[in-house]
Design a protein around this ligand. Structure first.
Ligand SMILES: Cc1ncc(COP(=O)(O)O)c(C=O)c1O
Length: 403
């Protein structure tokens, strides 16, 4: 792979750019696609791209093009987004989060009538009934994918490791919803999704939670066979009961290795790994290269070893913690101040071992998460061989805000 940009490279390609600016190193982005596809090699599974972790049409298309037949479909996050993707020439969209509101149901039915291959997650009777009603009034059939909870419960329901998403835990429960769909009409169950968040989203080499790392590692390891056994059990039960599944989706970047070995899945999802935000440095099972960055202007120097940058308070969502802050990346050795963190309009960075940039120079940061970076910027500068080769709009730059 080409070398990652040094601070001097950044000075050169950012010279003349208005800051704050966000950029993606395509050499690293493409290499990360290669690393993820390698894990799927020989598994007969395809890779579905989680669009929430990219939020840029040009880069979604790049992944689909570069990945060839190994990459198939998008995992979207709202119906409006799915419509936007379809308008932009993308198809095979699984909306991974349910909705029942009338405008979404109407739009989903319209998309289906236009011939889009779009499906949406459902996990209860309300979801199935809302989809069925929309499908029937449009004279079509909406596609539902049932989410099966993959939380790890070593002691039953008193202790759950995983995310609170779906109440569906068994093949019987999936089949009940599929039978309901057949009865109400206007909706059909075409697949299942089992997302093992306690593996895919749990860092086990996290410098911000050092004491917990061994426990998190053990939890991930204990959970893996449990997820594989339960997902396979659901698939087997449904096959025995005549429910044909076109999609059995699992995984995320943090679990591509284990999900790609799970025979019951037809596909694996990944998104964040392509940008490799700093949270993805803290997984012991996958090695990726930082690809997405933002540059702030150093505008003042309040002390001998500190510069204060304009902007920077781009905090990631999720459980509150220091690992949700962006990290200063270049020049090397910069650190945020615990008392100020990354501020709404100003972010001080201390360089205890020298390297302090001059006022007017950039400080390069990495966001903690992937797609959320794009909610802060209208465009991404695309870098190749340490030169800007293109600039492309983010969803925000396209005037879109889906959540
Ligand atoms: C259903 C589902 N699958 C997969 C992912 C993982 O995506 P990523 O690779 O961006 O971590 C997520 C992330 O939240 C998700 O909700």
């Amino acid at each position: 792979m080409k070398r990652s940009p040094t601070y001097n490279d950044c000075l050169e390609f950012l010279g003349g750019e208005r800051l704050p600016a966000a950029f993606v190193n395509l050499d690293a982005f493409d290499a990360n696609l290669g690393v993820i596809l390698k894990k799927l090699e020989g598994s007969a599974k395809t890779l579905r791209i989680a669009s929430k972790s990219i939020r840029c049409i040009a880069l979604l298309k790049r992944l689909l093009e570069k990945g060839g037949a190994a990459v198939k479909g998008i995992m979207g996050y709202t119906v409006e987004e799915a419509a936007f993707l379809y308008e932009n020439g993308l198809d095979d969209i699984l909306i991974a989060y349910p909705s029942v509101q009338a405008p979404d149901m109407k739009l989903l039915a319209e998309l289906t009538s236009k011939g889009a291959d779009v499906s949406m997650i459902a996990d209860c009777e309300d979801h199935i009934r809302a989809m069925g009603a929309a499908g029937r009034s449009a004279g079509g059939e909406l596609q539902a994918v049932i989410e099966v909870d993959m939380g790890y419960r070593p002691l039953g329901d008193t202790l759950v490791f995983g995310v609170r998403r779906s109440p569906i835990r068994s093949g019987e429960a999936v089949l009940r919803l599929a039978r309901l769909a057949d009865r109400v009409g206007g909706v059909k169950v075409i697949g299942i999704m089992g997302y093992e968040a306690q593996i895919a989203g749990l860092t086990d080499r996290n410098p911000f939670t050092k004491g917990l790392n061994p426990i998190k590692k053990m939890l991930r390891e204990l959970s893996r066979p449990d997820v594989a056994r339960r997902r396979a059990g659901v698939v087997k039960y449904l096959a025995e009961n005549g429910l044909v599944l076109r999609i059995v989706n699992g995984g995320g970047t943090g679990s591509v290795d284990s999900t790609s070995r799970d025979d019951s899945c037809t596909e694996v999802t990944a998104g964040s790994g392509f940008f490799c935000p700093h949270i993805f440095d803290y997984f012991s099972n996958i090695k990726l290269t930082p690809a997405a960055f933002f540059a702030l202007q150093a505008v003042r120097a309040p002390t001998a070893d500190t510069v204060t940058c304009a902007g920077g308070g781009y905090i990631a969502s999720g459980e509150i913690g220091a690992d949700k802050l962006p990290v200063p990346y270049l020049p090397r050795g910069g650190e945020l101040l615990a008392v100020e963190g990354a501020g709404e309009v100003q972010t001080p960075v201390v360089f205890k071992r020298g390297n302090k940039p001059a006022v007017g120079q950039p400080v390069i940061f990495r966001h903690a998460k992937a797609g959320e970076l794009c909610e802060r910027f209208n465009e991404l500068l695309l870098i190749k061989d340490n030169h800007i080769v293109d600039r492309v709009p983010t969803y925000r730059g396209d005037g879109q805000c889906f959540m």
